[in-house]
Design a protein around this ligand. Structure first.
Ligand code: AMP
Ligand code: FES
Ligand code: ZN
Ligand code: ZN
Length: 324
């Protein structure tokens, strides 16, 4: 039986590009150090920053919240978790339960935004009424809410996208000729004052498999199911599988790819002209933002402004970030 290359205890994992075996304790430390190095190298978080971690309940966001909770004292930043209950049947109820258990175990404040309660519709309903795929509506709602919470709390927004996700998006953007999308796949996307919060991806170099083994090695609660609307045959997924096959014969090829993609500087939204949505005051690529348009069609009212106020109230109720 293989032994941990550090302490000699029974190994649970082998990391081919390091040629090392790890026991569960040292495996968790290996992933935490990987995240720490990404944060340092790309200056994702500085002492005194506020960070909102967007947590879905899946394994990657469990890895995100746990690694950030470990690093919070070392780096010296404030951390709060943000969960959106999308009201996709019992999948969403189970996700929220997993997030609540995780946040309480890690001692991190949690803000939950329930879209049915706050906006009066669920994602499946919105999809039926607008005749648009659930994932496209869900993506627009989530992106708006991440940004709103970051702007309202004056925080950077961290998401749990892992190395394989970024590679899948990058190859898809390349194949579709979306070079703007491709250039935004850096570990950080800078914010624009008052309009857009900075976005960070601390798991940029963490492989999907590493994230999975991390939650197992720490025994973290997470939801094992995928969203019922997930498309397992999407182009991103096929590109991910392709790169995973390459990695088997060329260990670390994925890390090399990401190193080049990350570039020297983060993508700056200011490189293009953006405007403020006249309804809610947040980022828009021109005129009323997607979220305000979408909520106006579904509820008769553009909801952005009210959502911003509500997020501040929810954070205040939790006493998060000195807003109590
Ligand atoms: P996905 O868009 O489902 O691939 O998830 C990518 C990342 O977005 C996750 O790792 C989380 O950081 C964030 N995220 C996805 N769904 C939610 C949610 N319901 N609430 C909060 N954050 C989420
Ligand atoms: Fe949004 Fe599945 S998580 S549609
Ligand atoms: Zn060990
Ligand atoms: Zn708006």
């Amino acid at each position: 039986m293989a032994k941990c290359s550090i302490c000699g205890a029974e190994a649970i994992a082998y990391v081919p590009y390091q040629k090392r075996y790890y026991c569960s304790r040292h495996y968790a430390e290996f992933v935490e150090e990987k995240v720490a190095r990404t944060i340092e190298k790309y200056k994702l978080i500085r002492r005194g920053d506020r960070v909102v971690a967007a947590v879905s309940g899946g394994k990657d966001s469990a890895t995100l919240l746990s690694t950030l909770a470990v690093l919070r004292d070392r780096v010296g930043f404030e951390l709060v978790a943000f969960h959106i209950n999308l009201e996709i049947g019992d999948y969403s109820q189970a996700s929220q339960r997993a997030v609540e258990e995780l946040a309480s175990r890690l001692g991190v404040d949690l803000i939950v935004f329930d879209i049915s309660r706050e906006l009066g519709f669920t994602i499946p309903e919105a999809s039926r009424r607008l005749r648009r795929p659930a994932c496209s509506i869900c993506g627009a709602v989530k992106r708006y809410l991440y940004n709103a919470v970051g702007v309202e709390l004056g925080a950077k927004v961290a998401t749990g996208h892992n190395a394989d996700d970024i590679i899948g998006f990058a190859l898809k953007d390349f194949a579709m000729g979306d070079y703007e999308g491709l250039s935004k796949l850096t570990p950080m996307v800078e914010g624009v004052d008052g309009l857009a919060a900075p976005r960070i991806r601390p798991l940029y170099n963490v492989y999907e498999k590493e994230s999975f083994l991390y939650v197992l090695s720490k025994g973290l609660p997470y939801i094992h199911r995928d969203c019922p609307f997930a498309r397992l045959t999407s182009l991103e997924v096929q590109f991910k599988e392709f790169f995973n096959r390459l990695e088997e014969s060329r260990p670390s090829i994925k890390l090399g790819f990401l190193h080049h993609l990350a570039r020297e500087k983060p993508w700056r939204l200011g490189e293009k002209s953006y405007t403020a949505c006249p309804e809610c005051g947040l980022l828009s690529s021109g005129g009323t933002c997607t979220f305000c348009k979408l909520t106006r069609r579904l509820t008769g009212e553009a909801r952005g402004r009210r959502v911003r106020v509500r997020i501040k109230e929810l954070a205040g109720e939790r006493g998060s970030m000195g807003l109590g």
